[in-house]
Design a protein around this ligand. Sequence first.
Ligand SMILES: [Zn+2]
Length: 327
Amino acid sequence: MADLSHYVQRFAKLRRDPAKGWPTVTRGKSPYKPLLLLAVLDQFEQGQITRNLIELSPDLGNLFDLYCATVLPEGMTCNIAMPFFHMQGEGFWHLVPLPGKEAFVASGRRLITESQLANNVAGARLDDDLFALLTVKEHRDVLRAALIDAHFDEQTQPLLWQRYATNQEAFLYSSELLAQARRQLKELQLPDAETSYTREARDQGFRRAVVVAYNHRCACCGLRIVTPGGHTAVEAAHIVPWHRTRNDHPTNGLALCRLCHWSFDEGLMSVNTNYRVLLSPQLTSHGNMPGFLSMLAGREIWLPQEDVLYPDPASLDWRNDNIFRKV
Ligand SMILES: [Zn+2]
């Protein structure tokens, strides 16, 4: 049986593309394999991986993006499919073909776009020994340290530890927000959210809770687009702005696509207490051409599956009196 020290070695010696152009922060080599493994370790930490199959989920894609944004220059695109596919070469990561795709995957064809991967594999299975080790926190800590120390320069290492801490905090915050809403608590019972959680963790946690509640669907227009790599078109909007009441209760949130979110923030769109879309007359005046938005007036919104997560009518009333442009 391969022990922890075996995998510490393997994690520290990941083969990484040394092509010119990688920044010194990643020791001049491609950072994607270690960043993907850090995201996978976070999913173990969050209890999201309970069987030996790493799936290309929105949560994994989001964690990978957050790690990429920590070490790479702004605007650099990250394709999770590259490390997900090439990790096979390390020997401990095995692609699991979808039914009927066994021969295609075994042929060794490169699956390096997100859709090639999503169309052909169910996920990746780890060596059984490695999977067993990753279920133990102490072992994960050792393996995380091996990844961070071996593949990133000294200035970047603390940033990755901070990223890990924020990811954990945000996940716990989102879980707590949803759990309290499901217990039908009207007022959140959290330690003072402002002092106990960093702003970044709160934002990330609130966003996750609301996006999960609405299953990635825009409440106002119904749009739902999730890329195979886990990028989603929706964002989380506060109904009563956070700075007013410090209220991250999921019922003070709406999942909205970027255009609906912008319109909502501008007071051009809202939702009434019968859960129907309100459009401001300003949306269609002044030569505006709001396209499909103009067809949403009076339409029922897309609500979460669980009624305990429905938007709070009192918050909607407040918004419609204070922010929505009625005339
Ligand atoms: Zn929308």
